[in-house]
Design a protein around this ligand. Structure first.
Ligand code: ATP
Length: 236
């Protein structure tokens, strides 16, 4: 069981951002996609979830089924959730309404009560804030709410784009701990993170995107000891 990206090429108009990119996310672990600013990490996630429609080549296999030509909402139905960079909550809707929007797809509908029970156990702060407008939450609470909304569709795989962006170190640790709990539940996580040290602590395996392709890959432990990774991404 895995989310497999095969020979993905994508970009914007004539600009090629990804060329022949292949990697895999098993359903029982966290995989991190690393790279400098502008390397194409967000583009990769958008291509996988279907937000980017200009995909030039490649396939996206979710447990062996190619979902790469499906519209975004059908990819959710197949078991894929995407928590985008910047969270994109509905700020003037309550936290509860934001969560309900996550269960809009048939896959999540009807399971709301069970899913919410589970989510409240890992996001106690979200439960306390249910009736509050999402826009009034702290940055960390908003990130938790965005992840919880993604989980409302009962995904098999979760794409997380920069979940620690703009958060204080203590809140970053809370978010990372929640991501570990989600993966332990058997949801495969593809984690894009600028915070490379944290990402390598959490992930089993990681890929580094450079010059439009996967330049380095290996176990998180191997990458944490790799001279190129240490110099370019860990400032060592
Ligand atoms: P960051 O860490 O800064 O978010 P990233 O690795 O996620 O970077 P992308 O956001 O995927 O990188 O961007 C990859 C390249 O594609 C960049 O050169 C960016 O300027 C370009 N790009 C991104 N979005 C668009 C767009 N809508 N139209 C044209 N070019 C774009």
């Amino acid at each position: 069981m895995s989310l497999e990206i095969r020979n993905l090429s994508a970009g914007y108009g004539d600009v090629v951002v990804l060329r022949d990119v292949s990697f895999e996310v098993p359903q029982d672990g966290i995989v991190s996609l690393l790279g400098a600013n502008g390397a194409g990490k967000t583009t990769t996630l958008n291509a996988i979830s279907g937000l980017l429609t200009e995909v030039k080549a490649g396939s996206i296999l979710l447990d062996g089924v190619d979902i790469g030509r499906l519209p975004a909402h059908e990819r959710v139905e197949a078991g894929l959730a995407h928590v985008p960079q910047g969270r994109h909550l509905f700020p003037f809707m309550s936290v509860r309404e934001n969560l309900e929007m996550g269960a809009y797809s048939p896959r999540g509908r009807g399971m709301e009560t069970e899913t919410l029970d589970w989510l409240f156990s890992i996001f106690p702060k979200v439960k306390e804030r249910l009736s509050q407008n999402a826009g009034s939450l702290s940055g960390g609470e908003q990130q938790m709410c965005a992840i919880a909304r993604g989980l409302m569709s009962q995904p098999k795989y979760l794409l997380l784009d920069e979940p620690s962006l703009g958060l204080a170190p203590i809140v970053v640790r809370q978010v990372m701990s929640v991501i570990r709990t989600i993966a332990e539940r058997g949801i495969g996580v593809l984690l894009v993170e600028q915070n490379v040290a944290q990402a390598l602590k959490l992930a089993k395996y990681a890929y580094v995107l450079e010059h439009s392709g996967i330049a380095i890959e290996g176990s998180a432990e191997t990458l944490a000891g790799d001279d190129r990774v240490r110099k370019a991404y860990l400032g060592l």
